[in-house]
Design a protein around this ligand. Structure first.
Ligand SMILES: C[S@@+](CC[C@H](N)C(=O)[O-])C[C@H]1O[C@@H](n2cnc3c(N)ncnc32)[C@H](O)[C@@H]1O
Length: 256
């Protein structure tokens, strides 16, 4: 639901998030333990931001496959990686991956599970397509963890409540990653949290949607306009800080 408030262009938005999240993205890449010759899957690859780094790690003898449900993302990712033969990009749904059982060595999903209809089914699919002994690394936010300063705590909480109840389908999925992984038959190797810190209101606003989701909350009748306006004005005046958690889970499919 957008409540008549325009969404930012998705490809630009993903580029901004990738810049702000470069440290946790490096952590995900390291956790995948990629080596030459491996086959790695990026589910919900978006515009292909992370495919080149994975291709570099698996080398020309390896393979990288990006899958996304959105044709515009598949098209953009395909355009970006057209000069790298070991990368391919395919339209596909995480609930029914277009891949054979035990066909990949590594799988990755970065902020994709927050959007899906059935997270448990998606974990089942990750488990199915990984070979025994293979690794999955999943990074997902927990939108209820957003903290900002300055500003009234009840408004921060009302903002989080609106985002979690209305704007993001599985807004607190980050904290559920180990439970979902265990349910699908994975062994949990590691769970950690990255919490990027923003000190610039405008940069944070673009990524965290402070202004646009405040406007939506007001239009949805979940926040008083004067309270919302005052909250944003105080935040914009600063000095500003915001942070929000991204959970990173590293899971192994037990060897047969
Ligand atoms: C927040 S973006 C992240 C993109 C990319 N992983 C990154 O880190 O830049 C989430 C992506 O997941 C894709 N997605 C959502 N539901 C999906 C599904 N059921 N199967 C595959 N991809 C999905 C979206 O189209 C979008 O490109």
């Amino acid at each position: 639901m957008t409540f008549g408030v325009p969404r930012p262009d998705k490809i630009d938005y993903y580029a901004q998030v990738a810049e702000a999240g470069r440290d946790y993205k490096r952590q995900v890449l390291a956790a995948l333990d990629l080596r030459p010759g491996l086959t790695v899957l990026d589910v919900g690859c978006g515009p292909g931001t992370d495919l080149p780094a994975m291709a570099e790690a698996v080398g020309p003898s390896g393979a990288v496959l990006g899958v996304d449900t959105e044709p515009a993302m598949v098209e953009e990712a395909g355009r970006r990686v057209s000069g790298t033969p070991q990368i391919s990009v395919r339209l596909g749904d995480a609930h029914a991956l277009p891949l054979a059982e035990s066909s990949v060595d590594r799988a990755r999903a970065d902020r994709m599970v927050q959007h899906v209809a059935d997270p448990a089914a998606v974990f089942g699919e990750l488990h199915r397509v990984l070979r025994p002994g293979g690794l999955a690394c999943v990074a997902e936010p927990d939108w209820d963890s957003l903290v900002v300063d300055p500003g009234e705590l009840p408004t921060n909480r009302a903002f989080n409540r609106f985002v979690c109840s209305t704007m993001v389908r599985n807004a607190t999925i980050g904290r559920s990653l180990p439970r979902l992984a265990l349910g699908a038959g994975f062994e949990v190797l590691d769970v950690s949290v990255a919490a990027p810190v923003f000190r610039d209101f405008e940069a944070a606003d673009k990524i965290l949607g402070l202004s646009r989701n405040t406007e939506r909350a007001v239009r949805a009748g979940q926040l008083d306009r004067a309270v919302g306006d005052q909250w944003l004005a105080v935040l914009a005046a600063g000095p500003f800080l915001a942070s929000s958690m991204v959970f990173i889970g590293v899971f192994a499919k037990p060897a047969a």
